[in-house]
Design a protein around this ligand. Structure first.
Ligand SMILES: Nc1ncnc2c1ncn2[C@@H]1O[C@H](COP(=O)(O)OP(=O)(O)O)[C@@H](O)[C@H]1O
Ligand SMILES: [Mg+2]
Length: 387
């Protein structure tokens, strides 16, 4: 029997383009090549948004050596056909095509993790891995995610959001709305990740500067109160109707700095804190499991699962929490619908190999797809006859 064709989509027009290449090749394609059931087909979206597929695109060296641009000049971008599932075409005199059984988005950030790709896959009516379109859209807007979680009774830090254009046209009104918040505050563009343009501010002058910076990056901004006595944890979750958590994981911070791009992605392989049980993953190193009192650990786990359900996630996501260790309060911070490297190191420690993880995700995608096909999508009306 031929293997199920799983298209692994990565790259795209995103600040996290390069991270996506690693997630796709190291955490999805490589393990899938060992699968007896599935066959990975790489689909690389370049920084201009063109789609390509070629067996060589599975080779990490093509990207690490910078040969990718030259390679692509000799390739023709794919054509897509949507309708009865998703078909990819290699244009030439004798066009070749493949119908995809499942799509595995391995894209991070804009034009991939934010719901856009999921919308295309919904239109094509093809099974795909991970969060669906609406949950991805909610997750990729820090304000929207907090509103939805808050509505479900999940604690978030007190926040105010506004459109950048409203601040630019009348900053007095926006500043007046912000006066309900107590310093120190965090200012964030709602759609970005990797700590880009995020500031911690302690007075009105800093606040004003930070908003100006954030407004350069995004059309929507959130300002929120800082959580005190901070312990940050992150909880990978898997599942559709009955989501399950991996270990609550505690990223180890560099003293005095935020969990920024540098510490998330560029500091792998360096030693963690002496004596701590640490693990190195795509996001630097961390305590795995987090060193928390049992009650707080369980509260973190439950908060993460509740948030996952409230936002409507499916397949996989990673929920980030901020804990006030003195007040023993757990705050929802943000949810990543497509965690870098799928957080495979944590799943491995939780007893799931990388291959088992990707195979499970594909099965969850197929299950969700089957259920959706059972929903009624047509409804007989006399509307046209009356026209
Ligand atoms: N309300 C807050 N209280 C305390 N620290 C915060 C708060 N919001 C963000 N931070 C710090 O800033 C970091 C980046 O913010 P986050 O919302 O996670 O954005 P990103 O998408 O860049 O990960 C967090 O990991 C945390 O260290
Ligand atoms: Mg974060």
């Amino acid at each position: 029997m031929s293997k199920t064709k799983v298209a692994v989509v990565f790259g795209s027009r995103s600040t996290e383009h390069d991270i996506s290449i690693i997630t796709a090749i190291a955490s999805v394609i490589k393990p899938l090549e060992l699968s007896a059931t599935y066959e990975p087909i790489p689909i690389y979206i370049d920084k201009q948004g063109r789609w390509y597929s070629h067996p060589k695109l599975k080779d990490i060296a093509l990207y690490t050596t910078g040969q990718i641009d030259k390679f692509l000049t000799k390739q023709k971008p794919l054509a897509l056909q949507i309708g009865d599932g998703l078909k990819i075409f290699w244009p030439s005199l004798k066009p070749k095509s493949v119908k995809l059984d499942v799509v595995f988005p391995a894209t991070h950030g804009t034009h991939g993790e934010d719901g856009e790709l999921m919308g295309l896959l919904e239109m094509a009516n093809v099974a795909y891995v991970g969060c669906n379109m609406p949950s991805s859209v909610i997750a990729m807007d820090k304000a929207l995610a907090k509103i939805v979680a808050g509505h479900a009774g999940i604690t978030t830090s007190k926040f105010v959001w506004f459109y950048s254009r409203d601040f630019i046209s009348d900053n007095q009104e926006v500043l007046a709305n912000l006066s309900v918040l107590t310093y120190p505050l965090f200012v964030k563009p709602v759609h970005l990740g990797s700590s880009i343009a995020i500031s911690r501010v302690v007075n009105a002058k800093e606040l004003l500067n930070a908003i100006e910076v954030a407004a350069h990056y995004d059309d929507k901004i959130i300002v929120e109160e800082a959580v005190k006595n901070l312990i940050e944890v992150t909880v990978p979750i898997i599942g559709n109707e009955e989501p399950k958590a991996a270990f609550v994981e505690q990223p180890v911070l560099r003293s005095g700095s935020m969990f920024d791009f540098d510490s998330k992605y560029l500091r792998q392989g360096k030693k963690g804190q002496a004596g701590a049980k640490t693990a190195t993953g795509a996001q630097g190193y961390s305590k795995l499991p987090a060193e928390l009192p049992k009650d707080l650990y369980e509260k973190a786990e439950q908060t993460a699962i509740n948030t996952y359900k409230a936002i409507g996630c499916s397949g996989i996501a990673r929920v980030d929490l901020l804990i006030d260790s003195k007040a023993k309060k757990v705050y929802f911070n943000e949810v990543n619908p497509l965690p870098g490297s799928l957080y495979a190191h944590n799943w491995k420690k939780s007893g799931m190999s990388n291959l088992k993880l990707v195979e499970t995700l594909i099965e969850l995608a197929q299950d969700r797809f089957k259920r959706k096909q059972q929903l009624t999508t047509s409804f007989k009306t006399t509307y046209l006859a009356q026209y």
